[in-house]
Design a binder for this molecule. Sequence first.
Ligand code: IMP
Length: 205
Amino acid sequence: MELIFATNNLHKLHEVREKLKSCGDELSTPIRIISLSEIGFHNDIPETGTTLQENALIKAQTIFDFYNQNCFADDTGLEIEALNGEPSVYSARYAGEHCSFDDNINLVLSKMQGKTNRKACFKTVIALILNGNTHYFEGRVDGEIITEKHGVEGFGYDPIFRPDGYSQTFAELALEEKNQISHRGRAMDQLVAFLHRLHSAQSGV
Ligand code: IMP
């Protein structure tokens, strides 16, 4: 089956493709991920929603309306307890429109100076539009914001997020390890399980 992944974020695209490779055995029907550049869609999709769910749907619905093909999108937020849950749905542009990953990290680190409560979590909501029907999947990982950047893998806030039970940040873990426990990896596990159940029911297995 083919699914368009409605993202211009090449890091997300890579993570999701690798995740599906590692889910190979659980898939009763192989999923081929089509990127937006492969279908010639190069526009930015404005994320005007106020929740992860709304933004995930806006992205998936935009692509579905253009191409009328099965597709999905993810929206992700970092929630930091000591910052009253910020940056959450504004994670991409926390330090302003067109800011870099480093700008966002530096803002978080400066706001977190002197804070003893370092608890944070990443949340992902995936909106899947399959045969015109919308389905949502969620994933979450808990951890801590450390005081300086560590590691060069991954993207976004990965160098300052250390998942619970680990001594390394996401940016110090191999992608396979991140994908096993991450917000996005867990949301993808739900999506894969859903498609597996659907395919099994349709084929009468
Ligand atoms: P969005 O889902 O594209 O709106 O992503 C929001 C922002 O969250 C991104 O620009 C990144 O800065 C950050 N982000 C999303 N996913 C991850 C991740 O897996 N690790 C670290 N940061 C992430």
